[in-house]
Design a protein. Sequence first.
Lengths: 794, 157
Amino acid sequence: MNEITIGLSREDLPNSYIGRSVPRPSVAKLVEGRATYTDDVALPRTLHAAFLRSPHAHARFTVRDTEAALRVPGVVRVFTGHDLAALCTPWVATLEHLKGMKSAPQRPLPLDRATWQGEAVVAVLADTRAAAEDGALALDVEWEALPAQTDMETALKPGAVVIHPELGDNLAFRRTATHGDVDAAFATAHRVVEARFVTGRHTGVTLEGRSILADFNRADGTLTVHHATQAPHMIQEVLAQHLGLPAGKVRVVCKDVGGSFGIKVHVYPDEMAVAAMSVALARPVKFVADRFESFSSDIHARDHRILARIAVAEDGTIIGFDVDDLTGIGPYSVYPRTSAVEGNQVVNLCGGPYRFEHYRCTTTVVLQNKAATCQYRAVGHPIATAVTEGLVDLAAEALGMDPLELRRRNLIADDAYPTTSPAGMRFEGLSHHASLDKLLSMVPLDRIRADQAEARARGVFRGLGFASFIELTNPSPFMYGIGGARISAQDGCTVRMDPDGSVVAASGVTEQGQGTEAILAQIVAHGVGVSVGKVRVVTGDTLATPYGGGTWACRGAGIGGEAALQGALALKAQILEVAGAMLQARPEALDVVMGEVVDRATGTPRMPLGELGRILYFRGDTLPKDLPRELVQTRHYITKEYPFAFTNGIQASWVEVDTDTGMVTLLEHWCVEDCGRIINPLLVDEQVKGGIVQGIGGALYEHCLYDEQGNLLTTTMADYLVPMAAEMPEMHVGHVETPTRESLLGAKGAGEAGTAGAPAAVMNAINDALRPLGARVTEQPFTPARILAALGRI
Amino acid sequence: MSQRTEITLTVNGERVTRSVEARRHLVDFLRLDLGLTGTHAGCEHGVCGACTVRVDGVIVRGCLVVAASLDGAEVTTVEGLADSGEIRALQAAFVARNAAQCGFCTPGMVMTAADILRHHPEATRAEIREHLSGNYCRCTGYQAIVDAVQDVLEAAR
């Protein structure tokens, strides 16, 4: 048992909040309509930006006339790429540790060539958004359409359109990981099974579009940017660097964010344009992406084609995986995290839950004339999991073995840690077998198999699919920092007590609805010894919080949470020192429980914190002269032993496939995951459920469809389908807890587990349903048309 | 486009008179002209439901209603439902179930949920899911929202 449950505050104390389902305080404002999203922030003299966007996937353009636009009532200024080139330096999104990676310089607005449909090319500023859009319509721009490279399969072949001639070709990045001797092992294996997998290009569809309100104040040279972002300090660095401002003069403020999922952790050229225009005019400039702009200019993700093989022995032992991944990332790698990371994660994660000897995985990352792809929730995990778990089920089928039995034989043993995977990932402690056992205690396997047999007898096809997975969380500087990106892997928390005994915690991690602020409040309340209602949390302001990385790669609880815990413990020690002086007691003989200093041994109340605060802040003259007075403590935390804290889990999906229509009905879904110490079970379960549904979206519905010319066909919510309430299954979430020993808190991330495993579980369930019919699908999304095609019906 | 119409209507029980452009939709009217930022524009083409508000007792997509057509209408937004206390039980259930994460869909979701409470008090769980299917949520996976609505319906029975 971690000492936090013993030494810090006894588990049964009323302020022992870690591990307890405390309702999230901020939901109250959400149901009152009192949240503050970036578009809700209104500043005097604000100009609103609208962008003319490229109608072509690839085209040269000339801005012939802006006068008509400027004559539109309300329009104030027009900015072209050339105008902004003088205000904002270009960027190239590569990371040094991704060897050989290349991309082209990108600017807020291109100078004379658009490289995807939807790329912003000219900005119009007006006193209202509607007037700015009128202005954009009145622009006279001449377009010369160019051949577009849309198919990633031909991107490196002779005759391909080289999108950036100065790069020589369309290859952005390639990496192969090898372990053992794949060719020899596969040549002699009992069985080799192979398949071609496709994951559909899809996107996050945050209900709140990307939003930015930049406000440059010429008087003091400060740029204040209200921004819907996951990483305020990263944005501060990027704005300062490319606009030529000292970072200390740039403040990024992020209040409520209407969904992120990775979409809002990147640098978007149109948002850089907004900040640059604000600096140019010394007035606030606002831009909120509308839905069309979101579909065509938010990052997309998961556009992969994977050819993969698994080799197994006669007894079901996995011998190796051999994987060839190809992904198209659009015309530019996205700044500053790069668009090579998703493919790189596929290389890192394939085969992840299993013990095997031989591994080869190559990712080939190519440029194309479509919207850029980059990191979206569970980066690379759903792809690697679909490949791995798809192959495991195919191997079980080839061997005539129960897929659960094959998993049991090959999942890394729970007592085998620490261990390193063939892909080179170091695992501190995982629980695949305990998680599988837990899952089977939740899934009524006998009832389901009986139901399945009975249904098949009447021509109804139901299937049960499983997917084990690993998830990368708590990233160290090995993720981005070593590649040269100014993205902090460390995070901090300042915890202070005010005179009334209330506590304020300011953290560098951010809140996008997952409950970061709620868990930080719980941790701080637990650590200091106060009621959770006495803690207020400040996030999302580079001027008011310790420097940190923000929220991505499931780092909020594990890294931000540990910093908060250490800060809270330090504050408590300070409180006890002051209390000891006031009460003439040894600090070690005292404790803080529910906002009162008490005798540690007996629990007898000695002094409320409000009284301690009153004396300290207002009658400091009565205290010993050498007594430290700082009821404020800051602690930072960074992981040091492991590059990442891996988590694990397993999901099961129970579906029915209508073989006449190809429609899939999701009947029920289960997930067991191990995110280490659980701080708030309610919030973890909600993260898992929401993640599952996003994974299901990619598996069944969501698809950014382009035609051969690079025209995006899914630009409305009527064309791009997302999961709705009626079609989602009831979900059951269970847990195994293997705390990381790297921190006192022991927490790892939980936000991406659902998304990582759901598509594979759904795929395996559909294929389990279709197996008696000799049909199989491996190309996401599993649309009715694809299922009917697999059945030979169309 | 610059043609303007003067309208007088009741919003959350208060009489307001404004001159609006012909193209001004109800969401922009509420947010920009009245400062009622609880109502959100999610897609502006009538699919996502984030802009759901009540007009003359019926829930509508605010993005598909032109403000100029609302002379004499009675409009209620999430702020109005919160002030009147009509959704107190729903709000408590949403908090208890954590039925909101980012919260951007929440006001629209609450408007639709309140409509279920008013018009379909006997709704089954499947019917709750059907009724909520015009409101997209990208965070929760819907289960907690369905739970919250079901809790309130059952408590009222």
